[in-house]
Design a protein around this ligand. Structure first.
Ligand SMILES: [Zn+2]
Length: 322
């Protein structure tokens, strides 16, 4: 008789035969940095997550250092927004200054900056608008400028998330021209027009003022189109591929892990985080069990990196288990 239970008999036996694991070095922690002074704003829809002004960032950086987390993904919230998102590519904008500060006090931390305009535009869309249309090619130079100013400020990597066609190529070319050949691009290649982003838009003040993002973010019915988008970004020079969101798109992550040999990151997004937090607050689930199961599911599907708001908790739990 075949007895699978032989290898499930004890915790140590189960540990020996385990096929998948998550480690602290897999985790990337998103941070929201807001212009101003002495600010630590809780985000109501994301318990435990805050917007920090640069002068209050140390509080969070200390926790990141203590947790052993290796990378952060920065989102900036400017004091003023305009039609073309000019604060995104201001060399002294909130994100560029946050990068300078973090690289000064915590140089070994891998600092990645989100490259998009929606946090910086008055209309909340990711590109320049004319007659209600989000313009593709007119947006590309602004994204390129954003990436160059972030890299010049010291960002270790840039992460274009806007889903304009040709964005990775435009950014690669601009980085190279600026002598930043060694700055990698982590591209949000398969980014779906998803309902899971709601809480993030509270956090980053980036809800679109009209319409939705379906003309540039992907239609989630189309897994084969996702593979084309991923291939485009590889061809344009992406160094790492992001699939976003994570949990509802594990099939796409799995296919990408089988069909490409690129490093893959999954973005475990705000809605996925808030659902777990809300249920945990109600006492309906065991937060740690669910989060760790989600982390393993993402790893099992083929991600090397997980961008997650749970990162500090996961790191703490992993340390406790050792
Ligand atoms: Zn955007």
């Amino acid at each position: 008789m075949i007895r699978r239970r032989r290898l499930r008999a004890t915790e140590n036996m189960r540990a020996l035969v385990r096929e998948t694991s998550v480690s602290i070095s897999d985790l990337i922690y998103p941070l929201f940095v807001i212009e101003g002074e002495n600010i630590k704003n809780p985000i109501d829809s994301m318990p435990g997550i805050y917007q920090y002004s640069i002068d209050r960032l140390d509080e969070e950086l200390d926790k990141i250092r203590e947790a052993g987390i290796k990378g952060v993904l920065l989102f900036g919230i400017p004091a003023h927004k305009d039609e073309c998102g000019s604060e995104a590519y201001n060399e002294h904008g909130i994100i560029q200054e946050a990068v300078r500060y973090i690289k000064k006090v915590f140089p070994e931390l891998v600092v990645i900056t989100d490259i998009c305009l929606c946090e910086y535009t008055s209309h909340g869309h990711c590109g320049v608008i004319k007659d209600g249309i989000i313009l593709n090619d007119e947006t590309l130079p602004l994204l390129a400028k954003t990436a160059v100013t972030c890299a010049q400020a010291g960002a270790d990597m840039v992460a274009p998330s806007n889903m304009m066609d040709g964005h990775v190529a435009a950014i690669r070319e601009a980085l190279d021209e600026a002598g930043l050949q060694n700055t990698p691009i982590m591209a949000y290649s398969a980014k779906m027009a998803s309902g899971y982003y709601g809480p993030f838009r509270d956090a980053a003040h980036s809800a679109p003022g009209f319409g939705d993002r379906k003309t540039y973010q992907m239609d989630y019915h189309n897994p084969r189109e996702a593979m084309r988008d991923i291939q485009d970004d590889i061809d344009e020079g992406a160094d790492i591929i992001i699939i976003k969101p994570a949990l509802a798109y594990l099939d796409i992550l799995k296919t990408a892990s089988m069909e490409t040999n690129m490093p893959l990151a999954a973005y475990n997004v705000s809605g996925e985080y808030s659902i777990v937090k809300a249920a945990a607050q109600q006492g309906w689930i065991d937060e740690k069990k669910l989060v760790m199961e989600n982390m393993i599911a993402i790893k099992r599907a083929g991600a090397q990196m997980i961008i997650t708001y749970h990162a500090l908790d996961v790191a703490r739990w992993l340390k406790e288990e050792q």
